[in-house]
Design a protein around this ligand. Structure first.
Ligand code: GTP
Length: 595
């Protein structure tokens, strides 16, 4: 296929607006995937993704399509992850395209994530084709959603495509629009090789499989490549296209997307956003937009059983082969023993990793509350603090990461959401009416307030209708203090947190009350205290256990007794002793949901 008949595009949408369903339809319509071996939602490869119904890892597929003009086209669909944690990957996959489909749910309209994705597409100068999906729904209001897209997003909707991905309506129109409205890639085959990496994954047999877009030049097996930003060199074993299975080809030319294998050992060696060139006669100038992704959210992972420490290290090592954004280093805590301090892109990323460690590696873990990365100055030097218990006692200033938060909500919930944002130390920036019934709110907010239960609270205060999106903007100094927790006179390091001075009393009080509820009574009385430095600001105590748990059982009902005992045993698994006190998993997360 000639460059003029190539189209590189992706699909952007808010979660659940139908991106994967539409992608499936395109693959079926072009017979890229036969419906008989069609696995629902082919592009979402990982099981976890399918279960959670979200796209985590992007992927790509080449479709062959004979358009109404009689010509054969190669349509490269590059899938993008659907979550804010992975927005850098989204930006790189969009940078590999000339156009995109903007899918908007005909019953829901524009949501926060729709907007965030559109901005990335606009930054990359993409041709945006609006697609109004789910027109089969009784609540669909196509005209209203078109107006909303025009007003809010600022793109013409007079020739928006109407689809029901579920019922297969409008799919041909989408394919025709891709061919007619999205420009072909420029023909830069004569230039020295430059290719943009937009994704990669680890394969046990071939090493890392790198997904890329050839921007200039051409690439073939046997070439020695150089990654410009990391200065690593490899000999290419295989290049090919995804259809969506891997099909090796002789070479790939400017304008095409594909994969390569070159015995690369870990995805961190072929980073998303890096530029591939040739070692000889290569290019020195990398493509624009390379960025190191840095973890933003940290937590401690400790095996409940100390014997599993080695297994945990091995499992983290394996996951990291396939996840350049995951960081970990050993952490020793007098309270918790040996474990790891791990860094993640965001909360979803953190949950995914935790779930995989437990599910795929059968580890029982105690997970401490997530925290952000603070910065402080000690004797003129900047110190990074990703663990509240390690905050140096004598620091000069303390800074925390901030983000710009966009919330889109039905106007009815503006009041409760503003209250929430204010309670979470948000600085109000802007409010605009999108339509008669919907409003966006913009806040500057400490990231630490977002990584707690902000999302859940926002959903519950808006009956599920509000959506949000945030972007890290930088660091700001604040009056922050470390809040320590003592259980039975011992400092419980994993329960320490960094909070705003003005809220410290309230949080301290709520925390000890919550811990009192969560920590089971034991044979002795357990004092629980919250303290700032040497000063105790709140205290509670758990009275000693008197009754036998089994006394609750009536007479000799054996099965009931067994059930109660096994419930206790299961509960015990997720406990860690701090001093002589058994502390359950929930208590380590208590600081997140103080309300
Ligand atoms: P992420 O992968 O999380 O980004 O979601 P998505 O945008 O890929 O959404 P997905 O395709 O998984 O669709 C979400 C839900 O909407 C699924 O239950 C689909 O069956 C349903 N859906 C998709 N398209 C249509 C449609 O045209 N009509 C109706 N009624 N339902 C649809």
């Amino acid at each position: 296929v000639l460059p003029k008949n190539i189209r590189n595009f992706s699909i952007i949408a808010h979660i659940d607006h139908g991106k994967s369903t539409l992608a499936d339809q395109l693959l079926m319509k072009t017979k890229t995937v036969e419906s008989r071996d069609f696995q629902a939602q082919f592009l979402d490869g990982m099981d976890l993704e399918r279960e959670r119904g979200i796209t985590i890892k992007l992927n790509q597929a080449r479709m062959r399509y004979t358009a109404s003009d009689g010509e054969l086209y190669a349509l490269n669909l590059i899938d993008t992850p659907g979550h804010v944690d992975f927005s850098y990957e989204v930006s790189r996959s969009l940078a590999a395209c000339e156009g995109c489909l903007l899918v908007v749910d005909a019953a829901q309209g524009v949501e926060a994530q729709t907007l965030a994705n559109v901005y990335i597409a606009l930054e990359n100068d993409l041709e945006i084709i609006p697609v109004i999906n789910k027109i089969d729904l009784p609540g669909a209001d196509v005209e209203k959603v078109k107006r909303e897209v025009e007003e809010v997003v600022g793109i013409d909707c007079s020739n928006a495509i109407l689809t029901s991905a579920k019922q297969g309506i409008g799919i041909e129109d989408v394919l025709e629009a891709v061919v007619k409205r999205i420009p072909p890639p420029p023909d830069n085959t004569h230039k020295p090789l430059r290719a943009l990496i937009f994704d990669s994954y680890y394969d046990a047999y071939k090493g890392v499989i790198v997904y890329f877009r050839v921007v200039d030049g051409e690439l073939k097996p046997g070439d020695t490549i150089r990654l410009i930003n990391t200065a690593k060199e490899y000999v290419v074993d295989e290049v090919g296209v995804l259809s969506p299975k891997q099909i090796p080809v002789d070479r790939l030319y400017a304008g095409e997307v594909g994969y390569l294998a070159a015995a690369i050992k870990a995805v961190a060696d072929a980073k998303v956003g890096d530029t591939i060139t040739l070692k000889k006669h290569g290019c020195r100038e990398p493509l624009a937009g390379y960025r190191e992704v840095v973890p933003m959210v940290f937590c401690g992972l400790f095996p409940t059983d100390a014997d599993q420490f080695g297994d945990l290290r091995e499992a983290l090592g394996r996951l990291q082969l396939n996840d350049a954004a995951l960081s970990y280093e050993p952490e020793v805590s007098s309270a918790m023993g040996f474990g790891f301090r791990c860094g993640f892109l965001g909360l979803l990323h953190m949950e995914i990793v935790q779930e995989r460690l437990e599910r795929e590696y059968h580890l029982d873990l105690i997970i401490t509350a997530p925290t952000v990365k603070y910065k402080c100055t000690v004797k003129g030097e900047e110190v990074i603090v990703d663990n509240p218990s390690k905050l140096p006692d004598h620091h000069e200033d303390l800074r925390e990461p901030y983000c710009k938060m966009d919330i889109i909500t039905p106007t009815d919930y503006v009041g409760p959401l503003m209250e929430l944002a204010q309670a979470r130390r948000g600085d109000f920036k802007d409010m605009t009416y999108l339509t008669e019934t919907r409003t966006t709110l913009v806040y500057d907010m400490p990231l630490a307030e977002v990584v707690t239960d902000f999302f859940d609270e926002m959903k519950s205060r808006s009956k599920g209708y509000a959506s949000m999106e945030y972007q890290i903007t930088g660091y700001r100094p604040n009056k922050l203090v470390r809040l320590d927790v003592k259980i039975n006179q011992e400092v419980a390091e994993p329960l320490a947190s960094i909070v705003h001075k003005d809220n410290a009393y309230k949080i301290g009080r709520a925390l000890v009350t919550k811990l009192k509820e969560l920590i089971p009574r034991q044979q002795f009385r357990i004092p629980i205290q919250a303290a700032i430095g040497a000063k105790v600001i709140a205290s509670e105590s758990i009275s000693a256990l008197r009754k036998d748990v089994l006394a609750k059982c009536y007479g000799g009902d054996v099965s009931r007794k067994k059930k109660l005992l096994s419930k206790q045993a299961a509960g015990k698994k997720r406990m860690k002793s701090i001093g002589t006190v058994n502390v359950p998993q929930e208590a380590f997360m208590a600081v997140l949901s103080l309300g």
